[in-house]
Write a protein that binds this ligand. Sequence first.
Ligand SMILES: Cc1cc2nc3c(=O)[nH]c(=O)nc-3n(C[C@H](O)[C@H](O)[C@H](O)COP(=O)(O)O)c2cc1C
Length: 216
Amino acid sequence: MDLLDTLRSTGAVRGFTDEPVGDDTVVSILDTARFAPSGGNKQPWRVAVVKDPALRHAMAELMRPVWEEYMGANAVGRRPFAFGRSIDAAPVAVPNALIDEIGTVPVVLAVAANLHDIAIMDGNLDRPPVVGGASIYPFCWSIILAARAHGLGGVMTTFLSRAEVAAAVPLGLPADHALVATIFLGVPTHQNTKLRRNPVDSFATIDRFDGAPLAG
Ligand SMILES: Cc1cc2nc3c(=O)[nH]c(=O)nc-3n(C[C@H](O)[C@H](O)[C@H](O)COP(=O)(O)O)c2cc1C
């Protein structure tokens, strides 16, 4: 696929056929994703390819309350887990195929990052740090893009990160590592390619963030 087309059309996939994905394909995907950039080229990533049904189930049961918390906030019009917003809404139980059917998802990847290899350049500020994520999420996104080149689709999720302390034990998360994402991959039942995104002039401005919109 043309690179620009791929970048413009790789939507989240949460439904998969039962076609299995071999370890050779997963290795090939990771072998491409490892070329992602990271601060200082520290390559802080670790990946657990989760196959054990009991372990997957344990992950799903940790994700479920987070999902219900998320949906509860959504239901009352709150932005869940956003900076400065409290989640003072009751959880709402809503089906979620990734959680409910985790056992049938062809590939489940738990991605961790070594915190000693990440420069948290905004760690001194009086707000939650975000810059450290820049050394791991390009890798995660490269996994999704590389998967697409293999005819696969997928989605990066972060609900398990909220339950990192509990998930660390069954996953054997190394000390001083953050659980940054759970990535689901497989042959899509449907690949969404018509993505809804805001136009450039809604977020790009000249000189300053309050400057004039950048127009082409
Ligand atoms: C950092 C990050 C976290 C995400 N977490 C979740 C998640 O926990 N569960 C989920 O179903 N999708 C998750 N997604 C997928 C987003 O919902 C998806 O990218 C977004 O809605 C755009 O969907 P589209 O590409 O199909 O238009 C996440 C995506 C990113 C980049």
